[in-house]
Every structure is written in structure tokens, then in C-alpha cells.
Write a protein that binds this ligand. Structure first.
Ligand code: SAH
Length: 348
């Protein structure tokens, strides 16, 4: 039985489900969820292309950023943790770029936080000496540098729609013909001070808030930093950001749950506020373009092109892709959370 049929049966028995429950099932169902079965990142036949898959320069600069921050921490033995490493390309590039930094590889204990079995196998091909855990809290204690690219966007969201009567939650239900369809809950009146306009959508990510506790506890337990890169917004636009991608094309999120990647934009202002409330130091959010330029991506592209003139055009294309506002440069944001009392991180 397909995941879609299972969800239809479930809804028939228990009623409509939240978008978050639907998204959770579509991504993480242990048997038929997207990540358990067919995650496809990078390349033509894949569903989506991420920054490390687009250019080696991305991982190289982040690797050097980590080496710099390790120096700032006083060069301790530490956990180099990546959340949701995909195919392992980012860490592979990070490790290659830092090969000649004295002591860095010896000090680093590489830990991958990954749920997907097939992706763990791919990661092991590129980074054989890593350790794998299912949750951040299972990583060994101690100073940590945490990186996460396109990880926060996987956390399931609940969606609320404002109309003339107030707020309604968007739900996933079934039609008489037994297909999945979006519907709305009864309305809750909007509070007096609510300035939202009818038609606006608000999104919240309860599991992301819970995950933030794990980050906070680690950053309070030992001097550490966590670098998050993702597409998202700083001021909510009131739009629906749920998106399903299959082979680089947007598809209907309800069409074939488990077969397409489902994501939502990250509310960076919210993540930053939660972190500040927990007494963490917050760098950013800034745009990916600002961050990569501050780390010297233009110079990196220039030196690589000089060394390999045959690749100059490709490198120029990759540079544009990562930094231009109409490509990945502006929609993607970078946020760095740090233990209290550390100096500001490089690039912010
Ligand atoms: N960082 C990679 C892949 C991004 S796709 C890149 O930039 O190319 C999202 C990754 O996060 C996948 O590896 C997926 O399996 C993993 N993932 C998603 N939700 C997760 C969770 N709750 N816990 C651990 N890993 C998760």
C-alpha cells in the first residue's frame, strides 16, 4: 500500500491532519518517507540542487571558517558536527580544504546527524571516518562546531490562514473521490491587536523549536558554535512557503507523498529570537552572498581559475550561482549561534 493510500485511510478514520503531520509522514515515514526511500540530491536526475552540490567553493570556505573558529576556541579537541549531510559533499570539501591546517584534523571528531539510511551509505563513501547519530543530543559532549546546510527547512510546519472570520488552520483532508486535498479548520477570532490582513498565511515549526533546545544545551555546555544556512526570511511575508520538488520542478505537495522533497522557508527572525532568549550569542542572519563574500569567495574563485584556466568559466558560473541575488545569494540566509562570551564569528 502506498504512503498516499495509508494517509487517506488514516484521515478517513481519524479526520483531517495538520500540514505538519502530513509533512512529517511524507518526509520521515520509516518505510515510505522521502528520506527513508529516495532522497535525490545533486545532478540532473535529482530532485534539488544544494550549494555544496553546486560548487566545491562553498564547502571549502566553510571548512576554513571552521578552522578559524577552532583557533578562536583555543584549538581544543572538538566535535565537527554536520546536521543532515545529504551526500556528504560539504564535509568532504571542508576536510579537503583544511588538510594542511596543522592539528585541525587530529583535533576533529567528525559526527554526522542523519536519519536517512540510504544517505548514510552515500556519506560513508565520501567521509569514511565519521560517526553517525540520529539526533544532535546523541553526539559526544565537548566543544563543537556545528554546520547545517538546508537542514532547518525540513522541519514540518503548521500553517494558519487569516480570513474575514479570524484564523483557520490549513489541514489535509480527503475529497469524496478519495484524493488528498487541503481544507481549513473552523475559525478562531483574531485578537484585537492582530494587524494581519485577510489572505495572510502564518507558519510555525513546533519541531524546530524543540530542536533549538538541543542546540542551546550543547552551546551552553561547552564553547561551541552552530552555523545554519538555509532559505528563509527575516520578516515574514505572510505567504505559503510549503514547497514540493521533484527533479528540480515544483509539484503538488499532496500528489505523491514520500516521492517529492517537501520543505518550508525558515523563519530566521524567530530562530534568532529564541536563541537570544536562551542567552546565546547570535550572528546574522545575513545573506549567503554577504557571508561568502566576507569569507573571500571571489578571491577563491580567482585563485582556482588562475590555477586551472580551463575551469574559469565554470567557476565564474558557480560564483554567480552561490552569490547573485537572483540565484542563491539573497534567498539563502546564514545564522551563527554561539556560546555566550565568544567573540563574534568570522564573516558576520
Ligand atoms: N546538507 C545537504 C543535504 C540537505 S537535504 C546539502 O546541502 O546538500 C536534508 C538532509 O537532512 C538530508 O541528509 C536528510 O536526510 C537530513 N535530515 C532531514 N531531517 C532530519 C532530521 N530530523 N534529523 C537528521 N537528519 C535529517
Amino acid at each position: 500500500m502506498s504512503l498516499k493510500s495509508k494517509l487517506i485511510e488514516h484521515i478517513r478514520e481519524t479526520g483531517p491532519m495538520t500540514v505538519a503531520d502530513f509533512m512529517g509522514a511524507a518526509l520521515y515515514d520509516p518505510k515510505d518517507g522521502y528520506y527513508a526511500t529516495r532522497p535525490a540530491i545533486g545532478g540532473e536526475s535529482a530532485d534539488f540542487l544544494t550549494a555544496p552540490e553546486a560548487s566545491q567553493m562553498f564547502g571549502e570556505l566553510i571548512g576554513l571558517w571552521c578552522a578559524h573558529e577552532w583557533d578562536v576556541l583555543g584549538k581544543p579537541a572538538f566535535n565537527l558536527i554536520e546536521l543532515g549531510p545529504g551526500r556528504g559533499v560539504l564535509m568532504q570539501d571542508m576536510l579537503r580544504a583544511t588538510q594542511r591546517i596543522e592539528g585541525f584534523h587530529d583535533a576533529a571528531n567528525v559526527v554526522f546527524v542523519e536519519l536517512s539510511g540510504p544517505l548514510r551509505d552515500e556519506q560513508a563513501e565520501r567521509v569514511p571516518n565519521a560517526d553517525w547519530v540520529a539526533r544532535l543530543e546523541d553526539a559526544p559532549p565537548g566543544p563543537s562546531l556545528i554546520v547545517a546546510n538546508e537542514f532547518l527547512d525540513c522541519f514540518p510546519i503548521r500553517q494558519f490562514l487569516r480570513d474575514e472570520d479570524g484564523w483557520r488552520e490549513k489541514l489535509v483532508g480527503i475529497t469524496e473521490g478519495d484524493t488528498l486535498t487541503f481544507g481549513l479548520s473552523n475559525a478562531l477570532p483574531a485578537p484585537d491587536e492582530d494587524e494581519s490582513e485577510p489572505g495572510m498565511v502564518r507558519e510555525i515549526a513546533p519541531a524546530l523549536e524543540a530542536f533549538m533546545y538541543e542546540v542551546e544545551s550543547r552551546l551552553h555546555a561547552a564553547p561551541s558554535r552552530a552555523l545554519f544556512i538555509d532559505y528563509g526570511y527575516v520578516a515574514p511575508e505572510g505567504a505559503d512557503t510549503l514547497q514540493a520538488l521533484q527533479r528540480h520542478k515544483k509539484v503538488d505537495p499532496l500528489e505523491a507523498p514520500g516521492e517529492a522533497d517537501l520543505t518550508a522557508h525558515v523563519d530566521f527572525a524567530r530562530v534568532a529570537r529564541v536563541a537570544r532568549d536562551a542567552n546565546l550569542a547570535v550572528g546574522g542572519p545575513i545573506t549567503q552572498s554577504q557571508f561568502l563574500r566576507a569569507l573571500g569567495i571571489e578571491y577563491r574563485a580567482y585563485t582556482l581559475s588562475k590555477a586551472n584556466p580551463g575551469h574559469a568559466q565554470r567557476l565564474a558560473r558557480e560564483l554567480r550561482r552561490l552569490t547573485r541575488a537572483d540565484e542563491m545569494g539573497a534567498l539563502f540566509k546564514v545564522l551563527c549561534l554561539s556560546s555566550p562570551n565568544l567573540p563574534p564569528p568570522a564573516g558576520f
